[in-house]
Design a protein. Structure first.
Length: 202
């Protein structure tokens, strides 16, 4: 689930406890049912390809342009996450963090990003291979090592033809969002950068 998108629509987000104090944010309004329906459609499209589709959340708050990745979540968590958009990463972390999930700052060293407070994230995305952005991968890897942060990586797939540039190879099949969170926590994976294997510095 992206909270920003070229097809974004204005969505009024109320207070955490559903009281008044709504705030206008640019967000894609995704209900748990809609997200689950989209996931089922993606799973159907992936049949026979060897790919497995699992839930992950990318979210942006109104406090700045930072993006965050959340794994170890279910469709039932989405509504609560959307309601927290006006409150920022620190409040989001307090409300959403569980033993099962992980919350990562995506591409924290791109232009326009602000480093999140270390007590409000579990880790950072180090290898972000979007061809249109300089994510300063080496800087991100050093920062993660210096602060003992969990790391992740990905292709950041958007344009056609830009796929499989960064994969995470594991020893086991990933069946759901909780598997991703667990594997990232155990650090039992390799990055595959267009066929070149990289051992994360973790």
């Amino acid at each position: 689930m992206h909270t920003t998108n070229t097809a974004a629509i204005p969505y009024t987000v109320g207070a955490k406890n559903d009281e008044a104090k709504p705030a206008e944010v640019e967000a894609v309004r995704v209900s748990a049912d809609a997200a689950e329906g989209a996931s089922e459609a993606a799973k159907k499209a992936a049949e026979g390809t060897g790919m497995n589709v699992v839930l992950g959340v990318e979210i942006r708050f109104t406090e700045n342009a930072n993006d965050y990745l959340v794994y170890g979540v279910s469709f039932g968590d989405i509504e609560k996450m959307i309601r927290l958009i006006p409150y920022g990463i620190t409040e989001f972390y307090k409300e959403i963090k569980t033993r099962e999930n992980i919350i990562l700052q995506a591409h924290p060293f791109r232009n326009g990003m602000t480093l999140a407070p270390l007590d409000s994230i579990d880790g950072i995305e180090t290898f972000n291979m979007h061809p249109g952005h300089n994510s300063r991968v080496a800087v991100a890897c050093r920062y993660a090592a210096e602060h003992s942060l969990l790391v992740s990586g990905g292709t950041d797939y958007h344009p056609p033809g830009h796929h499989a540039m960064c994969l995470m190879r594991t020893n086991e099949r990933v069946d759901d969002s909780y598997d991703i969170a667990r594997i990232l926590k155990t650090k039992d994976f390799l990055f595959d950068l267009s066929g070149a294997l990289v051992i994360p510095r973790i």
